[in-house]
Ligand binder design. Structure first.
Ligand code: GRF
Length: 198
């Protein structure tokens, strides 16, 4: 049975990347992370890739000279490896129109709030959890969605709700949401892998 070839774009700690790798190794994802690409040479995500013998590439405007060249290279690296699904797991750059066209309907992102609320420009990292708390929400939780040309905008595939308590700090809420991120993202990938073979 064909295994899904997964390409991950990540800029930071890569805990979501790790959850995908772990589930793939455990056998609950019928697929493999084949390449991890980061715009940040210091991203722990690249170390995690190396720990598992997965190709990890630092590609940015810094390495390539311009963002346009970096975007071209990212797309070429995905295509040359036969990547089926591109997963944005904490990627702090917008994806190029070339990647969107090449992988139409095959790029997903995880966002740490219940979209369409708390998404879009400026809504990343701790800012998201700060905004959720500041607005007095009673619930939050991760969303996995298809990626289109607008930030956090494509159609939502899955969401999980967690409570927001009055005493929560953004850090505490982030941890609670992250626990669910690590479950829902691999689950969505496995669903896609199942549809893939049928
Ligand atoms: C996660 O909260 C994810 O929802 C958001 O960026 C964060 C990445 O965390 N897009 P990690 O790098 O996977 O630990």
């Amino acid at each position: 049975m064909k295994r899904l070839k997964i390409g991950v774009l990540a800029s930071g700690g890569g805990s979501n990347l790790q959850s995908i790798i772990d589930k793939s190794l455990e056998g609950s994802i019928n697929g493999d992370v084949v390449v991890v690409i980061s715009n940040n040479s210091k991203a722990k995500a690249l170390k995690r890739a190396a720990n598992h013998g997965i190709d990890g590439l630092h590609i940015s405007s810094f390495t390539e000279g311009t963002q346009e060249k970096a975007d071209k290279k990212i797309c070429a690296e995905m295509v040359s490896r036969g990547i089926d699904l591109v997963v944005l797991a904490g990627y702090m750059r917008s994806v190029s129109s070339e990647l969107l066209d090449t992988y139409e309907g095959r790029i997903i992102n995880i966002h740490p709030a219940l979209l369409p609320k708390f998404g879009g420009t400026g809504m990343y990292g701790m800012h998201v959890h700060e905004a959720v708390i500041a607005s007095g929400e009673k619930e939050s939780g991760p969303s996995v969605h298809y990626v289109d040309s607008e930030y956090d905008h494509g159609s939502i595939i899955a969401q999980v709700k967690v409570p927001v308590y009055p005493e929560d700090t953004p850090e505490i809420l982030q941890k609670r949401v992250l626990v669910e991120e690590h479950k829902i993202l691999p689950e969505v990938i496995q669903k896609i892998a199942e549809e893939w073979k049928s």
